[in-house]
Design a protein around this ligand. Structure first.
Ligand code: NDP
Length: 326
């Protein structure tokens, strides 16, 4: 394959994303060449493809912060042609050509062998969003979240949110899902949410301390919603902060931290250390019920991605979007 199909963002012009043939010699350096089977659409890809966020560091760029596929060529002792692999983060789709192309050349140390029990498509159904949700769950577990109280997920109908609801419910937590789309209540309950609440209940200005309700929270929204979550976390509880779909600024007080011992836990999927990365993927393969994953995934062709990139930024995408390359 001397040339291959790719979605390319040619320049900082927001209209410059287009599908074209790319050549092998355009690919960045790396010791493994992967035939990409699937990528997925994450919020960050929306920012990259539309130019709404300064995600892309050099042009032209193939977006796609994750991919799953099969090794075609390898100069690494750890991978051989035919191996099924997945990759999230490490700057692919930002500073290194990413997953929205039929081929990707990457560094072997970024690759995760496809865990047993997952197909390539399922791996991208999970994708960066699901990996992040699992990291958030692991962070809460490490801080001993009290199972007798409720756990909150914000931005619940989105990608990270849907996976977090499903994983936490599966683990036996009573999950409260916060959403701006109450029309998705049935969907969220089907993933395991015990209760669905309207986002504005959290985003309205809160007192420094409200009644203690949640033992923990996975927050994908940030901004006013996170500010509304912290005063409602029970004594010793924890909030795993993973996103900023509702804004990056956090205006709060120190009282939840100094009077209730609340923990604010940062979650980063991009540079997550390898040992934790492998563990999270192993757990995802074993613990995420497949029917729930299927229920939250929609598969699209590369041509549909630019329009969906706009939609995901407007909070109009439900669950996960898998992009088919092969
Ligand atoms: P999605 O767009 O799929 O989900 C985001 C959800 O947030 C939406 O579905 C919506 O949920 C809610 N939302 C959207 N806009 C607003 C708004 N203006 N105000 C309040 N809520 C809003 O995105 P992803 O799941 O892919 O990503 C979620 C967030 O997590 C993003 O900020 C992303 O950048 C971040 N992220 C961080 C990672 C990390 O490594 N830390 C990795 C992956 C993602 P609803 O309709 O239910 O209210």
């Amino acid at each position: 394959m001397q040339t291959f199909r790719a979605l390319v963002v040619e320049s900082s012009d927001p209209q410059s994303a287009r599908i074209r043939q790319a050549s092998l010699d355009e690919l960045p350096p790396g010791d493994v060449l992967v035939r990409v089977a699937y990528s997925s659409l994450n919020y960050k890809d929306g920012l990259a493809i539309t130019g709404a966020g300064k995600v892309i560091r050099s042009f032209p760029m193939v977006p796609g912060i994750d991919l799953a596929g099969v090794v075609l060529e390898s100069a690494s002792a750890h991978f051989k042609p035919g191996d099924a692999v997945l990759l999230t983060g490490y700057g692919i789709g930002e500073r290194h050509w990413g997953g929205m192309a039929e081929l990707a050349r990457v560094r072997s140390e970024w690759l995760v062998p496809l865990p047993e029990g997952l197909t390539l498509k399922e791996a991208m159904g999970i994708g960066t969003a699901g990996f992040t949700a699992m990291l958030a769950v692991m962070a809460l577990e490490a801080h001993g979240v009290d199972k007798t109280r409720e756990v909150l997920v914000t931005g619940a109908a989105g990608g990270v949110g849907s996976l977090a609801v499903a994983l936490l419910a599966r683990l036996g937590y009573r999950v409260v899902a916060s959403t701006g789309r109450l029309s998705e209540e049935g969907y969220l309950r089907s993933l395991g949410a015990a209760e669905v609440i309207e986002r504005s209940l959290l985003s309205a200005p809160a007192r420094p301390l409200e009644s203690e309700r949640f033992a923990g929270a996975v927050d994908t929204v940030g901004g006013a919603v996170l500010a509304g979550v912290l005063p409602r976390v029970a004594y010793g509880g924890s909030v795993a902060a993973c996103g900023n779909a509702g804004g990056p600024r956090l205006e709060t007080t120190v009282f939840p931290f100094i009077l209730r011992g609340v923990n604010l836990l940062g979650v980063d999927s991009v540079m997550c250390p390898r040992e934790q990365r492998l563990l999270a993927w192993q757990r995802l393969a074993q613990e995420l019920p497949k029917p729930l994953l299927e229920a939250m995934v929609r598969t699209v062709e590369l041509e549909e991605v630019p329009a969906l990139a706009q939609a995901i930024l407007q909070g109009q995408v439900r669950g996960r979007v898998v992009v088919r390359l092969a």
